[in-house]
Design a protein around this ligand. Structure first.
Ligand SMILES: [Zn+2]
Ligand SMILES: [Zn+2]
Length: 368
């Protein structure tokens, strides 16, 4: 059977994204088909269109979505047709050493499911019958998606899906980086480099955790304004304020407890490390180019006992973290409405990408 769906496809790197009608296969054993209601436009989607994330085209984009279950494959329990779900882009096996240790974001399956389902197969064909790759194993910038049941998390039906979608990437990654990965302590000091969709959520995660000083660093004044809405107590624009590390040192008298790099550049990762106090933690959230490297002064490393740590998907445990985040939204402690600053039709996906690059949105969301 299957369903026809409009989908956003990267056909060639550095070319406009193509919107085409494709065929989505019905779910097989252990899979579900969802009707996508909304899909956020994330920087990682852009990175997939220009080869920064080097997954081969043709690639159906999208990894930050919410929708409704429309079909269940064999052997699926715990979900029903009509359930509202948020998509998680980690495919969790539940059995590998990482899953068993409570770190499912590092599941071995996730590496396998970079552009196919975890078993290496695809569920999408174009009008000519050619199979298309699934970005992040989910490919949800499309009206329908078939994916493993482990990739969908049931949520309460009363949450608007264009807001809930953002929990699937930006919010989970950003808030998770602060709360799960770094475990930001109450009364601590925090710096966040890059105040885009992820950075704003690191800021609100740090605020939720009770940080007393949150310094947002970005070159765009518009983003710094938003950063203050999400809880930044100080803003730094290196264009006008000069060197970010020196500025953070001056504001904190010796460095922050935690610094988060949310851009994905070796040079800013080094800045994050350098603006952390002795014994502090620098967290790398941004995804850099494959060829990029980080240069750090070696001499002071033993004397400063700093920690440099990567953050995969906010160290997510989606089945428990997504409902927790959405309950914080319902109790008005987590901002989602303020994140969605524009919505687009799928036909306007290229405008959504160019708006993201020019920094006018906290988050743009494609609604179906
Ligand atoms: Zn993302
Ligand atoms: Zn696993």
């Amino acid at each position: 059977m299957g369903k026809q769906a409009k989908a956003a496809i990267c056909r060639e790197w550095n070319k406009p994204v193509s919107v085409e009608t494709v065929m989505i296969e019905s779910p097989r054993r252990g899979e579900v088909m969802i009707k996508v209601a909304a899909c956020g436009v994330c920087h990682s989607d852009l990175s997939a269109t220009n080869g920064t994330i080097p997954l081969p085209p043709p690639l159906v984009l999208g990894h930050e979505a919410a929708g409704h279950v429309v079909e269940l494959g064999e052997g699926v329990s715990g979900l029903q047709v009509g359930d509202a779900v948020v998509v998680s882009w980690v495919a969790i096996c539940g059995r590998c050493s990482y899953c068993v240790a409570g770190r499912p974001a590092l599941c071995d399956n996730t590496q396998k499911a970079a552009m196919t389902l975890p078993d290496g197969t695809r569920r999408i064909k174009d009008a000519k019958g050619q199979e298309l790759n699934h970005f992040a194993g989910v490919a949800v910038m499309a009206e329908y998606a078939t994916l493993p049941v482990e990739n969908v998390i049931k949520i309460d039906k009363d949450i608007p899906l264009d807001k809930a979608a953002l929990v699937g990437c930006a919010v989970m990654t950003g808030v998770g980086a602060a709360i799960n990965t770094a475990k930001v302590a109450p009364g601590s000091t925090v710096a966040v480099i890059g105040a885009g969709g992820i950075g704003l959520n690191v800021i609100q995660g740090a605020a939720l955790a009770g940080a007393r000083q949150i310094i947002a660093i970005d070159m765009a004044d518009k983003k710094l304004e938003l950063a203050q809405v999400f809880g930044a107590s100080h803003i730094v624009n290196p264009n006008t304020d000069g060197d970010a590390v020196a500025k953070v040192m001056a504001l904190t008298g010796g460095g922050v407890d935690y610094a988060f790099e949310c851009i994905g550049m070796g040079a800013t990762i080094a800045q994050a490390y350098n603006m952390v106090r002795k014994g502090g933690t620098a967290v790398v959230v941004g995804v850099s180019k494959v060829t990029d490297t980080v240069t750090l002064g070696a001499f002071m490393m033993p004397f400063s006992e700093k920690v440099l740590v990567g953050c995969m998907y906010g160290s997510a445990r989606p089945s428990t973290d997504f409902p927790k985040l959405l309950s914080l939204y319902k109790s008005h402690r987590l901002k989602l409405d303020e994140l969605v600053t524009a919505t687009y039709k799928i036909e306007d996906v290229n405008r959504a990408f160019s708006d993201m690059q020019s920094g006018v949105n906290a988050r743009g969301v494609i609604v179906f």
